[in-house]
Structures are given as C-alpha cells and as structure tokens.
Write a protein that binds this ligand. Structure first.
Ligand SMILES: Cc1ncc(COP(=O)(O)O)c(C=O)c1O
Length: 408
C-alpha cells in the first residue's frame, strides 16, 4: 500500500476547512478513523445491537462475539499471554485510574512510595497524586535527562524498599521520545517493583510486546490508533489483577450477590462493570488490523520515514524555533514535534494556522509539569501519521511562514 491508497480509506482527509484543503497534523490528540472502523460501528448499530453477555438471543450473541473478538484482537496486538489480561476501559485515562484506585487499595499505604515520571500526561500524573492524598503515600518524581529521556540513574536513585509502583510513558505526548521502558522495567523488577506503562502514544507507532517488555500494566486508547473514541485497553499481569479489588461495581462484574455478601466474576469481567461501550470496543478490531498492516508495510514505512526526515529538516530551519526532545536518533523519535518560536505566542500561531486549514495542537498539552521543566507556558505540536503527505508538509511550512510574518 502507498500513502495515496491509504488516504482513500480516510475520507475526512479530503475535507476543506474555511475553503482550504485540510492539513490534519493533530494526530497525537486523536487520529482519523478509516472506513472499516466506521462501517463496523454502523453495521453493529444497525444490524446487531443488543446488550452483551446477558441474553440468549441471536443479536446479543452477535454483539458479544464482536466484543470478545476485539478482546482477542487486543491480546494479539499486545502479544499478551491470555485474553483475561485484557480489560476494556473508556481510554488510557480510565485504565490508569483503575490501576491507581484498585492497585492502590491493595498495595499502597502511608508508608509507600510511588515513582512517577515528570514527563507524564496528566492522566498518568494526577491519579497518582490523588492516590497519595488518599493514602498518605509519598510520590517521587523521575526526571528526564538533557535529551528528554527518562534517566536510568535517576530511577536507580529513587527506587527503595518502600517503592510500590513506577509509572512512566512508553513515549511522551510532548517530546515524542520512546523511553527505554524495557531497561526501566528490568531495573524496577530487580528491585521487586512493578511498572505501569502509559502506551497512549507508544502503541500508535511501535509494535508492542508486553511479554517481551515484561511490563506489569500497559494502557492505550483506541481513538489514537484509528479506533473509536471512548474505548481503551488495560493490560495487566494476571497475578496482580487477581489480587486487586474491583474498581467500579455493578452488573456483570459479580459472581453471586446476596444480602450478606457479594463475590466477583473472574477476570476480565471483574473490572468491566455495567453495560460496556460494546459497539465502539468491537470496532477496535479493524483499527488494530489496519495499524498492524501499516506497521508491517515496507512501502508505507519508506514514504513515512522520508516525510518525517523532510519535516524535521524543514522544522529545524524555521528562524527562532526551539524543538523539544532529542531529534538525533530517528528510531527513538516518534512523529510528534513540539516547538516554540521566539517572540510568538503558541496560541496566536495555532489560530492563524487553523485559518489556513492547518490543524495543530497548542497549549500545555496536558503536561504542565513538563512545561514548567522547560519554563514555557505552552508549545505548538505537529503530529503526523502515515496518511500525511509531503504536499501537506509544504502547506504547513508556507502557512507557518505566512503566520510568522503576520505576528512578528
Ligand atoms: C501519553 C498520553 N497518556 C494519556 C493520554 C490520555 O488518553 P485518553 O484521553 O484517550 O484517555 C494521552 C492523550 O493525549 C497521552 O498522550
């Protein structure tokens, strides 16, 4: 497949905004959705809609099959050992909150320490701060090095007998750098400490293998990798998930319920209370299939590598630009480019770019501690996917030039 063929299954990419060609460079916030995903949601809604796991009738069986097939697709995508380790949530945020609450209830108390990265999205930051507030536990912050990667030396110095969990991202949504998560996990495991990996960005661009990483928890969101909104996956090691109490309680997550006592369903149902977002969850199957095809496609990969190299080179030439996150190792840098430009406010620039049809992200990007680290109030972020083109990059750079002329 080549880029032009890929674009055909994303009709939105041919849209116009304000009468101009849309250039969608806000993929790290949410990717666009292909026809296969939209078609599946349409088909399920129109022809197979019934609540899952409950009834004996045909529609319910169809919907249940679609939902459980998606669990198998997610297991395969992450190379998890067992489908019971795959828990559907409403997204990465919900997955991390589940762990913070449930792992927190089982293992964290006032004498505990949790290590959290300073380059985390608020989703992998605030739940831990809240857990610390509830339990009296102490949070220690893992710093980034000069290039923007988590420092392994800093990690070694923070780990101790009280450490209960380490929480880091696979790749930062601001810096776009792939962290050395495998090494981080090895170091933590040597100290007997489990690791949660926020894969919201990493899962989009890497082939994830949770067995090879040996992570204890891994979370990602479907909407960032061509899937529907409101769906995410939490992978967890069985022995941990089994020791953790339920997060939400209600229908379908129980064994038996009586006036005296409730027992809980086995994994993964223990963590899937109430009616699930089953139509959207089912539609992660075509999304993951497409992503796997894309990641294994040599032609697309070559085109994308050329686009990334071209984009980065042109970005480096923009007068007054500061790029955040190391750009010297192409294999560690995801197509997430955050920058500021001297003398120009990020928001003004984003508004002008929007008027010229170019969608980028601006602001703190849900990573305020990282903004503080760099001493900025916000940044601009252009994030690319395999369906983006050189032509779009050129439109972006001429729009940027025009906007800078207006603002300076
Ligand atoms: C690194 C990272 N973690 C977590 C999240 C939260 O994802 P969601 O809003 O889909 O729950 C995001 C979203 O931008 C992210 O980039």
């Amino acid at each position: 497949m080549n880029t032009q063929e890929l674009r055909k299954i994303f009709p939105i990419l041919d849209s116009k905004v304000y009468g101009r060609k849309l250039v969608y460079f806000d993929n790290a916030a949410t990717s666009q959705r292909p026809l296969s995903v939209v078609d599946m949601m349409y088909d399920l809604n129109l022809h197979h809609n019934a609540n899952i796991h409950r009834a004996v009738h045909k529609l319910s069986a169809d919907a249940t099959d679609a939902y459980e097939n998606a669990r198998d697709a997610a297991r395969l995508f992450l190379n998890a050992e067992d489908r019971r380790q795959i828990i559907f949530t409403s997204g990465t945020t919900a997955a991390i909150n589940l762990v913070a609450y449930s792992f927190g209830s089982a293992f964290v108390d006032k004498d505990s320490e949790i290590i959290v990265g300073e380059a985390e999205h608020h989703s992998n930051f605030v739940p831990w701060q809240q857990l610390a507030l509830r339990t009296g536990a102490n949070i220690k912050y893992l710093r980034i090095d000069d290039k923007g990667y988590y420092s392994l030396d800093s990690l070694r110095s923070l780990l101790g007998p009280k450490t209960k969990l380490v929480c880091v991202n696979h790749a930062s949504n601001v810096l776009g750098l792939l962290n050395p998560v495998k090494e981080i996990i090895q170091i933590c495991h040597q100290a007997g400490v489990p690791v949660l990996v926020d894969g919201a960005q990493g899962a989009v661009h890497c082939k994830v293998d949770v067995q090879d990483l040996d992570c204890d928890f891994y979370a990602f969101s479907a909407h960032k990798l061509f899937g529907p909104t409101g769906v995410g996956v939490l992978y967890g090691k069985t022995e941990l998930l089994e020791q953790m109490p339920p997060f939400l309680c209600g229908g379908e997550m129980v064994g038996t319920v009586s006036l005296e006592k409730t027992t809980f369903a086995p994994l993964p149902m223990k963590f899937e209370a109430g009616t699930q977002n089953f139509v959207n969850a089912a539609a992660i199957s075509p999304a993951l299939e497409l992503l796997s095809n894309i990641l294994n496609d040599k032609e697309l990969d070559t085109e994308f590598e050329q686009l990334k190299a071209y984009f980065l080179e042109k970005l480096r030439q923009v007068p007054g630009i500061t790029l955040y996150g190391d750009t010297s190792q192409a294999d560690k840098k995801l197509p997430i480019y955050s920058f500021t430009i001297e003398g120009v406010h990020h928001e003004d620039l984003a508004i002008l770019l929007d008027k010229m049809g170019v969608a980028v992200r601006s602001g703190q990007m849900c990573a305020e501690p990282l903004m503080n680290h760099f001493g900025v109030s916000g940044m601009l972020r252009a994030s690319l996917m395999q369906y983006n083109t050189m032509e779009e990059a050129d439109i972006f750079f001429s729009a940027l030039e025009r906007a800078l002329e207006m603002l300076k």
